[in-house]
Design a protein around this ligand. Structure first.
Ligand code: M6D
Length: 361
């Protein structure tokens, strides 16, 4: 059996960001002395290099490696896929996207509010960054913690009355409180899901722990030039070389009421229920170029991944996927060619998994 014919456990890839966090990640990964620091994200089965201004000298930050016990010497997932894209990603996918999985999955664990930001749509990515992918995102809130008396929340979408001109004035004055007040503040709890299309302003608040599925880029536009903990961002980290006017153009100024936001962009995942479930997670506004399915398997099940590959995260339970043992926070890359896709519980409790898939081809 070749390596492209079986699910592969992938090591967590911790990535440096401008915000602080990571204590929950340290804990779920069994690290000694868990604590918050500069590596608040874990990228799962990533073939995307992080774009961290000032850290360009670090080669391949963000790339994931296949766990040793997968029995291979070539360990970067990117190099493995490039050896035989059709076997790993599926022929239909390769016909459309080449050797790019067109998907990036992350765990995010914030201990401070992230800077207010937006990501480019595909159209803007092509125009400004010569990339076929934007960075629309989909969040599944998994947990969180209270920080300085604040429960987890996110800032999301412009309130009615915010125009490009007003946003530009707030940006030029670096009126951070004004920028915060221009967005809706939405409390979040485990099981909430949110779609974040390109252009829509947002900031993950402190104390959020979530899975994010997104397009495979690291393009973030940041009008806040100093992070909440006082880190000064280089200009390049704000507009990514496109210039400040273009950065402002890439924001989506559609105003929303809180009800409209909830109705369109927010949904839920039944994390707490234990009956048999296999559920595509979605919100009314969906149309996102990737898919996330939730599985709660009480005994035995099968992952069909629509005939293609999947990035899978185990949330709860013990058992196996194919021949690979899985437990909480095991991440796997399941190649399109994987033969044994049986999910089996060994603990008597349901095995809960999130299955992330690229755009259907
Ligand atoms: O602004 P930094 O610290 O790079 O944070 C950027 C992070 O923001 C979040 O909202 C998501 O878009 C993550 O995918 C991204 O990594």
């Amino acid at each position: 059996m070749t390596i492209a014919e079986k699910p592969l456990a992938v090591d967590p890839t911790r990535v440096w960001r401008t915000y602080v966090g990571g204590r929950i990640l340290d804990t779920v990964y069994g690290k000694e002395n868990p604590g918050d620091g500069e590596f608040p994200e874990s990228w799962l089965a990533s073939v995307v290099s992080a774009r961290n201004p000032g850290r360009e000298h670090i080669d391949g930050e963000g790339l994931s490696f296949v766990s040793k016990d997968a029995g291979t010497e070539t360990k970067s997932l990117k190099s493995l896929i490039e050896q035989d894209p059709a076997a790993f990603l599926g022929k239909r996918h390769v016909d459309r996207f080449g050797s790019d999985p067109a998907l990036l999955v992350k765990l995010i664990d914030s201990a401070e509010r992230l800077t207010i930001q937006a990501h480019p749509t595909r159209k803007d990515s092509l125009r400004y960054f010569n990339s076929p992918f934007g960075k629309s995102e989909f969040w599944v809130i998994l947990g969180g913690r209270e920080i300085d008396g604040q429960k987890p929340y996110v800032l999301f979408g412009f309130k009615p009355g915010i125009t490009r001109e007003k946003w530009r004035r707030l940006f030029e004055a670096q009126d951070i409180q004004g920028m915060i007040d221009a967005l809706h503040k939405i409390p979040v709890q485990p099981g909430d899901v949110m779609a974040v299309p390109g252009g829509v302003p947002h900031a993950i608040g402190p104390g959020c722990f979530l899975l994010e599925a997104q397009e495979p880029t690291d393009f973030t536009l940041r009008p806040e030039r100093i992070t909440p903990k006082g880190r000064v961002l280089p200009e390049e980290a704000c507009h990514l070389g496109a210039g400040f006017e273009s950065m402002l153009d890439m924001f989506d100024y559609t105003p929303y009421t809180p009800e409209e936001l909830r109705g369109r962009f927010i949904g839920s995942c039944p994390l707490d229920e234990s009956g048999e479930t296999c559920l595509p997670l979605t919100v009314p506004a969906m149309g996102m170029p990737f898919r996330v399915n939730y599985h709660a398997v009480p005994g035995k099940g099968e992952l069909n991944s629509d005939g293609g590959f999947a990035v899978v995260l185990c949330l709860e339970g013990e058992g196996s996927l194919g021949d690979v043992p899985v437990g909480p926070y095991t991440a796997l890359f399941v190649p399109a060619g994987a033969v044994n896709r049986v999910i089996e519980t060994s603990s008597g409790k349901p095995l809960k998994l999130l299955e992330c898939l690229p755009e259907a081809t």
